[in-house]
Design a binder for this molecule. Structure first.
Ligand code: PLP
Length: 400
């Protein structure tokens, strides 16, 4: 699609992917035009490998400095799905014989849930940690189920659908005396919440560049020194033999460009929260039967998960898409799947509620005018859908 027509879209699906930062793209064009882009293979030994090697080294160094870890504890991969799979399969393969229990929250991303189901099929015992309607994780469940048989506890920093934040430092305090390893999916927290891998005593953390205004195709996996790690991709000796395959230098480079902007992005959250709250207040005033999922608990500033009574989420999404608004009804990975969101069902919402849900996720660039246009459009579309539904029901009852 030409860039011009993309401009008319109001993009409110930033938890699915973020639009690459415009300055980053401009810089990239400049580098390409000047033939300065680091296109070589970092594993080669001739001069052309120097720039990509530097890109990898500098990105690792910056990342380690910001998140308080060692550069050698970081592995570049294709994204967080790969990272999450690597963690669960590594721990099972390395420790499964002696410790076979895993505590995993019920609302994790499918790349954690499905990897957990896979190791379960091999013999792992998975204890699913409940999460309530407010988006709060059941700490009592963790306290009652943690033991020296627990190999790994896997929880997310922030939920991609509701924005709910989990109390990682409390979870860490509960589980560490039992010798369990801690994996935190940090994908949605990057650039939105403060993260200190050292202080939180995290053993594994997964990150993805495309949720952080850089290009798709690059993830970072943090593995604390000494924690088990099994290589899922055998190949060349890349990443110190821990993950085969030529690194995606273009994407890593774009990730590196965004890292210095982290503090600026975190500061922007204040404005983003104001805009999100303005949206939620207006929608609740203008449309009847709207509830905001998990609004009582701590949430990401940019995320709003709504249930709009008597309106089918898919119909709403398609009508808004036609009007030029990009939103989501649940995780992007499950769109096209008519089943209601497993995350919302796990939190105790009914099928009807989950089917009437909508996720709006703002970015740092979202403008007040864009939110106001969205409010107008949402009000109009909901009224229209409800009217059509009422007329159809009336017609049916007359016919009956
Ligand atoms: C919380 C969370 N974890 C993991 C992923 C998967 O990330 P990737 O697209 O890099 O594989 C996503 C993507 O939606 C996510 O939101």
């Amino acid at each position: 699609m030409p860039i011009e027509s993309q401009k008319s879209i109001i993009y409110l699906d930033n938890n699915a992917t973020t639009r690459p930062d415009p300055d980053l793209l401009a810089e990239l064009v400049q580098l390409i035009q000047n033939d300065q882009f680091p296109w070589g293979n970092a594993s080669s030994i001739h001069l052309q490998s120097r720039d990509p090697k530097n890109t990898l080294r500098e990105t690792r160094r910056l990342f380690a400095e910001i998140f308080h870890c060692q550069a050698t504890e970081l592995i570049f991969n294709s994204g967080a799905s790969e990272g999450n799979n690597t963690v669960l399969k590594s721990v099972w393969q390395s420790l499964g014989q002696s410790k076979n229990e895993f505590l995993i929250s019920k609302v994790e991303h499918p790349s954690v849930i499905k990897a957990a189901e896979y190791i379960q099929s091999l013999g792992a015992v998975i204890k699913w940690i409940p999460v309530n309607r407010k988006g709060q994780i059941d700490l009592e469940f963790i306290k009652n189920n943690i033991s020296n048989q627990t190999a790994l506890v896997s929880v997310m920093f922030a939920n991609n659908e509701t924005g709910s934040l989990f109390p990682i430092s409390t979870i860490s305090e509960i589980i560490k005396p039992h010798g369990a390893l801690l994996h935190v999916d940090c994908v949605q927290a990057l650039g939105k919440e403060k993260l200190n891998l050292q202080e939180l005593r995290i053993d594994y953390a997964t990150f993805s560049g495309h949720k952080f205004y850089s290009l798709q195709g690059c993830g970072v996996l943090f593995v604390r020194r000494g924690s088990p790690l099994v290589n899922l991709i055998h190949g060349g000796g890349q990443e110190r033999g821990r993950r085969g395959g030529t690194e995606n230098i273009l994407s890593v480079w774009s990730f590196q460009q965004m890292l210095p902007l982290l503090k600026w992005l975190e500061a922007k959250n204040h404005e983003v929260r104001k805009l999100r709250d303005h949206f939620e207040m207006n929608i609740q005033n203008k449309i009847t039967g709207v509830t905001i999922t998990a609004h009582e608990g701590l949430r990401l500033a940019n995320t709003s998960s709504l249930v709009i009574q008597d309106v089918d989420g898919e119909t709403l999404l398609m009508s808004l898409d036609l009007k030029g608004f990009a939103i989501s009804t649940g995780a992007a990975c499950s769109s096209g799947n008519p089943e209601p969101s497993p995350v919302l069902l796990s939190m105790g919402l009914s099928r009807d509620e989950a089917q009437s849900s909508l996720r709006v996720s703002l970015g740092w660039h979202t403008k007040p005018q864009e939110m106001d246009s969205f409010i107008l459009a949402l009000v109009e579309v909901v009224e229209r859908i409800r009217k059509i539904k009422t007329e159809a029901e009336e017609k049916k009852s007359h016919a009956g």
